[in-house]
Ligand binder design. Structure first.
Ligand SMILES: *Cc1c(COP(=O)(O)O)cnc(C)c1O
Length: 361
């Protein structure tokens, strides 16, 4: 068996050690005589797994006690809709900072519930930079300000937490959560689908300042009510138990590897290798994102001769480098370098890029 280096944007590569442990435990888990996927979410055994995962995530991200943590079925897109239902009055203004594709989808999900104000957008520049903070036009009395911490498709990342004063900052951290230390107390709410940096698709993590849960929000079904989920420890209905368990293994792995400080070092090293290879290529490769906003997690780049792109993708696949084809919205190549991608994987990509250029440059 050979596991290739997998640069998929999501669902994405997972730590091999975690997959091996899950494999070893799949038929029979922890002496219960059944698989973890076959036992009740209300069993003492699973409740322990769930609580341990939350506790490990709190340690990993240094989440303060006045923040609740939820593990919810559904993706980041689901949370995007629930933000408005839970935290904004009908028709109230919510401010959105749009720095790429996922900022746009976030707005699409709330159109029926709030007045989504585009307080700033970098669309005119093709999403190659963050909208400068001094040009944001924030609304008086907005329910929240929404940002996308890392734009997975456009490769644009906030490198500093913007100040939004009294209005709580809500952030989509789907593709960069746990990639470096973050001061959670600067945010009203952080959410992330698991399938980029935390585990398998099917579960999302939501971290919310508890006082915000007192907001009335909008008429909504109980199952869409964050308060109900918090009150029932995310077990209002059957949670995605397998995903929760597997994310828990990933949290343990991250802690054992040295925590988010260590992943910050590795992610800086990996992304520096790839950006260096692009910038040193004399224009053969090109990344268009402003240097200060370049993502450490997702690096979209282009070949000067676009007719070589398909060959780059097929030859890299043959060389054991998977899923480098760019998103259809931007084309070109995209390398995703999440926590589970080792530095050796980024090095293998850079070696391939240099070799490819030598053969086709
Ligand atoms: C992948 C992604 C999403 C969408 O996640 P789903 O689980 O497919 O809903 C949203 N935001 C960001 C930043 C993403 O990377």
């Amino acid at each position: 068996m050979t596991r290739a280096y997998n640069f998929s944007a999501g669902p994405a590569t997972l730590p091999e050690a975690v997959l091996r442990q899950a494999q070893a435990e799949l038929l029979e888990w922890n002496g219960v005589g059944a698989s973890i996927v076959e036992i009740s979410h209300r069993s003492a055994e699973f409740i322990e797994v769930a609580a341990q995962a939350e506790s490990d995530l709190r340690t990993l991200l240094a989440i303060p006690d006045d923040y609740a943590v939820m593990f919810l079925a559904g993706g980041a897109t689901t949370q995007q809709a629930l933000l408005a239902l839970n935290f904004a009055a009908p028709g109230q203004i919510a401010d959105y900072i749009v720095s790429g594709h996922w900022g746009q989808t976030a707005i699409k999900q709330v159109r029926h519930y709030v007045t989504a104000n585009v307080a700033a957008s970098s669309e005119a520049g093709g999403f190659t930079d963050l909208p400068a903070r001094e040009h944001w036009r924030l609304s008086e009395g907005a329910a929240y300000v929404h940002i996308t911490a890392n734009e997975t498709i456009h490769g644009v990342e906030f490198r500093n937490t913007p100040d939004t004063g009294e209005v709580p900052l809500f952030a989509d951290f789907s593709s960069s959560i746990a990639s470096e230390p973050v001061d959670v107390s600067r945010y009203g709410l952080i959410y992330a689908g698991a399938q980029k940096n935390l585990g398998p698709v099917g579960v999302s993590v939501v971290i919310v300042r508890r006082d915000l849960l007192q907001r009335e929000g909008q008429p909504r079904a109980d199952i869409f009510d964050y308060r109900s989920h918090v009150a029932r420890d995310s077990m209002l209905n059957t949670p995605p138990t397998w995903n929760w368990y597997l994310a828990g293994l990933v949290f343990k792995w991250m802690l054992a590897e040295g925590g988010v400080e260590e992943f910050a070092r590795r992610n800086a090293a990996k992304s520096a290798l790839v950006y260096q290879a692009i910038d040193d290529s004399g224009g053969f490769y090109r990344n268009e994102v402003a240097a200060a906003a370049r993502s450490r997690m997702n690096i979209p780049f282009f070949l000067a001769d676009d007719t070589l792109t398909a060959r780059f993708v097929s030859q890299s696949r043959e060389a054991g480098l998977l899923a480098l084809k760019g998103h259809k919205a931007v084309g070109g190549i995209r390398a995703s370098l999440y926590n589970a991608m080792p530095v050796a994987g980024a090095q293998a990509l850079v070696d391939f890029m240099r070799d490819f250029q030598q053969r086709h440059g």
